[in-house]
Design a protein around this ligand. Sequence first.
Ligand code: FAD
Length: 464
Amino acid sequence: MKNYEVVVIGGGPGGYVAAEEAAKYSQSVAIIENKYLGGTCLNTGCIPSKTLLRHSEVIELMEKAKRWGIEYENFTISFEKMMKRKTKVVESLRKGVESLLNQANVDIYNGTAVVHTNKQITIENPNGSETISADRVIIATGSRPAVPSIKGLDNVTYHTSDTIFDMESLPSSLVIVGGGVIGLEFACIFSALNVEVTIIEMADGLIPGEDEEVAALISKELKKKKVNILTSSGVNEISEGDNGKLIRVKLSSGEHISIQADQVLIASGRKPNISAVSELNLTMNGPFIAVNKQMKTSFPNVFAVGDVIGGWQLAHVASAEGIVAASNACEIFKEVNYKAVPRCIYSSPEIASVGLTENEAQASGLPIRVEKFPLSASGKAMAMDERIGFIKLIVEETYGEILGVVMVGPHVTEIVTEASSFILLEGTVNELAELIHPHPTLSEGIWEAARAWLHKKNTLVNLK
Ligand code: FAD
């Protein structure tokens, strides 16, 4: 039986980055993946969604350009070609992950792994089964869509994020159950393609847990795109009607309505894949595998990272945890620092935040003051005709430490990293105001917010 120093289970951003990292420490490494390398992120998550969102962005831009004098007769949309491009992007990146692992001398096994208590690992695939053994194991088996129990759902066809990227034709209408990040991104993708979209969310606003002002703004923007948003509402039943699916909804008012839709997308959360470790009797954190800051589970020499441990459920966090797990598995002590994790939503407009939310900062008991710079006052935003959005700084009042930043607007998912650096390095609003930003850029908005914050502080001091 072949033995490896490190075996990684799951080839997503947590797993393949962990395998590559362990190999850098000259370990013999294997990775086991039962579907596609790249995991959810590359195959049914981050990458295909962002590829389709790019199409929506261009369509919206073309509509807007008509107002600038860039006029054209008509344009047509080929959903088939868009989906083909999406598949090409995914396949090419998947090959990239494979060649990265090959270059790092990581052995790749295809199949479903089960870890036994003696650290032997059985790998099963349609061609049979084989067993390898490991000195140390990293579990990176990720998560899958959680499907709520809704009356009738078992008897109708519906999509999850695992299946929707294989859709062959554009639906005329789509009901999205769940108004979180995933639901929001799909609403933007399909509404730009002229699909009639309805979002049904149980909480009293979209993207529960995020900045309330942001949630209100994005709701307003989605409504402008003719997305029907039902919050504080629950789906009671789904059935197959004569003209599509019939979705029975209980509204916040208590009233019941029926919505007819061509397709239904269930986007109401994700649950961890834990069958690989069922024999290990691991300590759990709710449904997720419990780990310490070095990513160690309760079983000696077994580590876990990414969506399977819960928490952020973001690809970049899974990779950061993968690096930490691999380092500790190779006896290099590391811990994950979650202080400056950027949270991005690629809606239109985009949303990006890092550090504490305003509510969290208020609850911390620290004296805080918030400053907001509206993009309507940004030269670059005006030039781009993208004036919807703002940049909000959440700052500790006494020393001026930046605790959190929230941004809404074009490309904010790219510029949020500046805010992350300040938060990680405990930068202050004074330092931010002194940092020379290029002009004209959207990132100047962060600088403007810092200057406004300081100006108001000085004004307050002078008044005393
Ligand atoms: P995964 O990527 O889920 O990989 C785990 C892999 O393990 C899978 O390939 C699975 O098949 C395999 N596996 C499971 N069990 C076994 C077993 N027993 N044996 C062998 N293999 C096994 N995050 C972002 O940061 N940015 C985004 O823009 C973003 N967009 C998203 C959009 C959508 C629609 C979705 C669904 C998710 C998105 N995410 C995004 C979340 C991101 O995809 C996940 O956080 C990330 O993929 C988690 O990485 P992971 O390595 O933990 O698990």
